[in-house]
Write a protein that binds this ligand. Structure first.
Ligand code: BEZ
Length: 253
């Protein structure tokens, strides 16, 4: 899993579109009163709380200590647990496993799929969305070129952005039957004139590697300049997101 130190205030502030778009995914989950739902990569817990509001019994799970601390502080009545999606086991099975904007951090996709499948009861459903094939191509290439120019280093990003076919194979190998899948662009507005560099700083753990402070400033400036023609539109910065959304079901036998 790519490492990132999370600034929960920045995550909930300038990047709160992550939660906003997740509300759309919640409609697909359609949590029912009394259902048991596992929210994988719950972050600061806002979607976990929305699932609880629908009357479901929900457990929020995240590998980040900062996120879990913030989620517990924000929603003291809900239950949150710190665990790694590639290595967890829970006693009671769930009716549904939900995950929004997290699984692109998890390069061990097969291990994650196995753990999520094991957490479901037979017939239980998986509803997930994350960065899919061609996600942030422009952001990543601007940053990669800038790092190359400043340090001479080739720095590949460390995220997992599969196609529908690749991810369906991963899920099916874990005993899940894919029911629907979508891969679609979501050109996402970022906040303010520093939107591009704020995004790169926020998610630096997956793409920058070791840089001194002055190298970082030069990389950000060069990357911003080269990304501007593609990503600065109508007076705003955008992230060139592509979303992979999948629903799947655990086989009954
Ligand atoms: C995404 O939502 O696509 C994303 C977020 C952070 C880093 C990489 C991708």
């Amino acid at each position: 899993m790519a490492e990132n130190l999370w600034d929960t205030k920045l995550y909930d502030g300038k990047h709160n579109f992550v939660t906003k778009y997740g509300e759309d995914l919640l409609a697909l989950l359609a949590p029912q009163p009394g259902e048991r739902v596992l929210d994988v990569g719950c972050g600061t817990g806002h979607l976990t709380a929305a699932i609880a509001q629908a009357g479901a019994s929900v457990l929020g799970m995240d590998s980040s200590e900062e996120m879990i601390t913030q989620a517990r502080a924000g929603y003291p009545d809900l239950t949150f647990v710190r665990a790694d999606v590639t290595d967890f086991q829970l006693e009671q099975p769930f009716d549904a496993v939900f995950s929004n904007a997290v699984l692109h951090w998890v390069t061990e996709a097969a291990a994650a799929a196995q753990c999520m499948a094991r957490a479901l009861r037979p017939g239980g459903r998986l509803v997930v969305e994350f960065g899919g094939k061609d996600n942030i191509t422009q952001i990543a290439s601007s940053v990669r070129q800038a790092i190359r120019a400043v340090t001479g280093r080739e720095q590949a990003h460390q995220w997992y952005f599969p196609s529908i076919g690749e991810y369906a194979t991963v899920l099916e190998s874990a005993g899940l039957r894919v029911e629907a899948a979508w891969l679609f662009p979501r050109f996402t507005p970022l906040e303010g004139e520093t939107g591009f560099r704020d995004w790169v700083r926020m998610f630096r753990g997956g793409m920058l590697g070791p840089l001194s402070d002055s190298e970082l400033e030069t990389v950000l400036q060069m990357a911003e300049d080269s990304a501007r023609p593609a990503l600065y539109r109508d007076g705003r910065w955008h992230a060139d997101y592509t979303r992979l959304r999948v629903t799947a079901r655990k086989a009954l036998n």
